[in-house]
Design a protein. Structure first.
Length: 221
């Protein structure tokens, strides 16, 4: 559950969107999700780069062209000019994630991203949102490191659950996310194999799909 300082920071981020004209809750969640995905891609690349540096090898299957790639979160977040930051995200990073699986449009990812629109047109708003997301994820990481019960994935699920609860229909639909320990138990009981097709028809925040991926990774290791 999101509480205390973390909840306060999420509320502040939400209010920042509202006060700058993006008041539809679904639109707010979409824009935050796009930026979180962009950051996640950069985090994965940073992990690859650190591993390659330790092994004194080139980066395996790089996502970006290098450290100065303007599509990278770690690059554009440090730009001093908000207008340049907006151009990097709106004109390069967002189109990149929208067409990440190719432009053929025949994948599930492409199907769901084909109508995606980046709504943040105000440079100052984007700069503020990027800064706030950075602080939220830093706090999330610190909580995960000090918690014995919740991992970073758990806390990220709680973050999405809290944001989804802000939708007007959330009170009618009940919880969006099954508790982590129940998900883990159900996956272990099903004992899925790497060649089986996984279906989660009531997918909310994707907790079952993530748990299956973690389970299969554990079998592989």
């Amino acid at each position: 559950m999101i509480t205390g300082e973390l909840r306060s920071k999420v509320d502040k981020l939400w209010e920042t969107f509202w006060s700058n004209g993006i008041s539809n809750p679904i639109s707010v969640i979409e824009q935050i999700s796009y930026l979180l995905f962009i950051k996640r891609l950069d985090d994965l690349e940073l992990t690859k780069e650190k591993k390659a540096q330790r092994l004194n090898r080139p980066v395996k299957d790089p996502i970006f062209s290098g450290k100065d790639d303007p599509r990278r979160w770690s690059y554009f977040k440090n730009l001093d000019n908000p207008e340049e930051k907006l151009q990097a995200v709106r004109d390069q990073a967002f189109p990149f994630i929208k067409n990440l699986k190719g432009e053929a449009g025949d994948s599930t990812y492409a199907h769901h991203m084909k109508d995606a629109i980046f709504l943040i047109a105000n440079p100052a708003l984007l700069a503020s949102v990027i800064e706030q997301i950075d602080k939220i994820l830093d706090l999330l990481d610190k909580q995960a490191q000090t918690s014995q019960d919740q991992s970073y994935v758990d806390l990220m699920g709680d973050l999405y659950e809290y944001m989804l609860s802000k939708l007007t229909q959330a009170g009618q639909n009940g919880q969006f996310r099954t508790p982590r320990h129940i998900i883990k138990m159900m996956v272990e009981l099903m004992d899925p194999g790497p060649r089986e097709i996984i279906c989660n028809p009531a997918c909310g925040t994707g907790g079952f799909l993530v748990a299956v991926a973690e389970y299969l990774r554990g079998l592989k290791e």
